[in-house]
Design a protein around this ligand. Sequence first.
Ligand code: APR
Length: 236
Amino acid sequence: MKIIAFTGAGISAESGIPTFRGKDGLWKKFRAEELATPEAFFRDPKLVWEWYDWRRQLIAKAEPNEGHKILAKMEEEFPDFYVITQNVDGLHQRAGSKKVIELHGNIWKVRCVECGHETYDYRAPLPEIPPKCEKCGGLLRPGVVWFGESLPLDALEEAFRLSREADVFVVIGTSGVVYPAAQLPYEAKEHGAEVIEVNPDETPISRIADKIYREKASTGLKKVYQYIKERYGSKG
Ligand code: APR
């Protein structure tokens, strides 16, 4: 019994990390085009790094919440359970999830635009902005996917494969408007999965959901966990 949890920024909202498109969302204060694109970065690497350094400091102070922890518990309980996330905050891993596919990279990853050297740098704040490559001294960029960039191919292929094989596909805290990630719930549905949505607001995915928990992640996931155990048994 394959269970997939597909997550967006909403699952980290209760950890104090602003979402992108909500009423207090990041894109309300900043314009995505001015920050999360290769053009913006090469035009003004310092400005873009100031934004990421601010987000990294916020995330460093945040803790995984009940929603992340329930997904980590489900991974222990159900042998064929995976998290596919659009988030770059690494909170699923900090909550104990091991089988996590990061579609949009990870905010703690840095990559040299000159030599391609990639590593994790957990310093928050960064000592130097923009940071330089430890190997060649070149300019480092955040190891995340920006608008207009392609997603890591291996992660994307695995995410589509798992979604097509899913028996239960739980969608948590995403507005479902950014592709290709937003295509995954439809892939799962088309291949016979039961689609469950956990989100206080309606989204385009609500239309194809077999079950909807119109509430925040921590509350909704407690009920989803019970529902799956009752419906499919604890070995899933
Ligand atoms: N619990 C569950 N869902 C919540 C909560 C909560 N406590 N608070 C807000 N939400 C929901 C909102 O209703 C919204 O539907 O989370 C969703 C967040 O949507 P977005 O801010 O659009 O975030 P996301 O869907 O993850 O964005 C996708 O867009 O900017 C890019 O790369 C970035 O990965 C991101 C992608």
